[in-house]
Design a protein around this ligand. Structure first.
Ligand code: SAH
Length: 401
């Protein structure tokens, strides 16, 4: 009997194994779930957009077009502060060149295909079509004290986790820096136009970003980091957001986590752990075949040491799979062994995905799991997951029309 089965039995519980149900997980030559770290060969990237460039690069590009560098600033204000790409609204630019400039600097990246709202309009899921027909989603959420946008970083995902809808179709390509950023600018425009429900505030906009939409952000490291740099860059070079409000979430690509900790941008870091033991995590998170639980936790701890930022551990609670008492205890032990006060745990009740027969943990089991972590001194907060009704919650983004 496997260790996890005997432990479950000792608790009078079952041990469900994580197998994909209702769909087939792509397998590699080694018989393990396939991992795609690079996009398919010969995929093209979208045309270069103002948001792909630094302010200096924008000025350079305008000089090539025979215009003075200060025009870069004006165009940047239109995009990052007024959320507009419409040449008609750019009265500060030479009339005879407005249309040309807008088409060169603002190629259309995201076309809205569908908008679904729930929670009285306070949660909105956007479906976007990209220049090559790829579909991605982002989810906008109003809370009492902030507005959060959950953004995508890749078209599809190559990490192949059996409980997440995004992985089911594999990875098509990486999103460009500007495609990542345009999700925020588009959301800000919707907010400015009064399109987000709930109590309105003066001059409101997206203040928090979570890289928890489609894709594995650390597998698209360079473009994601460029996007992050532009999010925090002062307006009009970027959006002038606070790095603390940006959360980068990963399945645990250890070398990239270590790189992130040297980046000098103190974003909030989240590790999607979901199991404290390799026996289970090997099956739940295919990338665990490369980097084990302890290596991922060491990298997360290193992120805290280097940045001083408390990290989050995400843990989707799945009935009879990873929600046993002993796992809560083991998780607490592993976290405490590295130190105190460096981490908090975010359990997430599992959201249903197409074809999956797994369900979220029972309320009493969830409560006990949290209780055991808390009693061991590990701060733990159950994540309020929004947008289940519109398939907009964690793990449900699959982008179909
Ligand atoms: N690839 C990154 C970011 C995207 S997923 C990562 O894995 O962290 C955002 C979060 O949703 C992750 O913690 C992921 O594990 C979780 N998630 C995936 N499928 C889920 C599901 N069906 N129910 C609840 N959470 C899920």
């Amino acid at each position: 009997m496997r260790i996890s089965e005997s432990r479950a039995k000792a608790e009078g519980r079952a041990q469900v194994r994580p197998t994909a149900e209702g769909w087939k997980q792509a397998m590699g030559d080694d018989g393990r779930p396939q991992l795609q770290f690079t996009a398919k060969a010969r995929v093209s990237q979208p045309p270069v957009h103002l948001a792909d460039l630094t302010l200096a690069e924008r000025a350079e590009k305008l000089k090539e077009l025979g215009l003075p560098g200060f025009r870069a600033k004006q165009l940047s204000v239109h995009y990052f502060q007024h959320y507009t790409t419409d040449p008609e609204l750019m009265s500060d630019l030479p009339k005879d060149r407005r249309a040309e400039l807008a088409s060169v600097m603002f190629p259309k990246l995201l076309t809205e295909v569908k908008r679904l709202a729930t929670d009285d309009g306070r949660t909105i899921k956007f479906l976007w079509r990209l220049f090559d027909g790829s579909l991605v989603e982002s989810v906008l959420m109003r809370y009492s004290n902030r507005i959060t946008l959950c953004i995508s970083s890749q078209c599809g995902c190559g990490m192949n986790c059996p409980f997440c809808a995004t992985g089911q179709a594999g990875l098509t390509r990486n999103m460009s820096t500007a495609e990542i950023l345009d999700q925020i600018v588009q959301a800000n425009r919707v907010i400015a136009e009064g399109g987000l429900g709930g109590q309105k505030h003066p001059e409101e906009r997206v203040g928090n970003i979570v890289f928890m939409g489609m894709g594995e952000p650390l597998a698209n490291y360079k473009r994601v980091m460029n996007a992050v740099h532009r999010m925090v860059a002062e307006a009009p070079e970027g959006l002038g957001m606070s790095a603390r409000g940006i959360t980068v979430s990963t399945v645990g690509l250890v070398p990239a986590i270590n790189k992130l900790s040297e980046e000098g941008v103190p974003v909030t870091f989240a590790l999607s752990l979901h199991a404290p033991d390799d026996e289970l995590r090997d099956e739940m998170i295919p990338v665990n075949s490369k980097w084990k639980v302890d290596e991922a936790l060491d990298a997360a701890f290193n992120y805290y040491v280097k940045t001083g930022r408390r990290v989050s551990i995400e843990y989707a609670l799945i009935k009879d799979m990873n929600d046993h008492g002993w796992r809560a205890d083991l998780l607490a032990r592993k976290l405490n062994a590295r130190g105190r006060g460096w981490v908090h745990v975010n359990p997430i009740p599992l959201n249903p995905t197409p074809g999956s027969v797994w369900t979220s943990s029972e309320p009493d089991v969830t409560a006990e799991f949290i209780d055991r972590l808390e009693s061991a001194g590990v701060p733990t907060t159950l994540r309020d997951t929004r947008g289940k009704e519109i398939d907009g919650a964690c793990g449900q983004l699959a982008a179909a029309e």
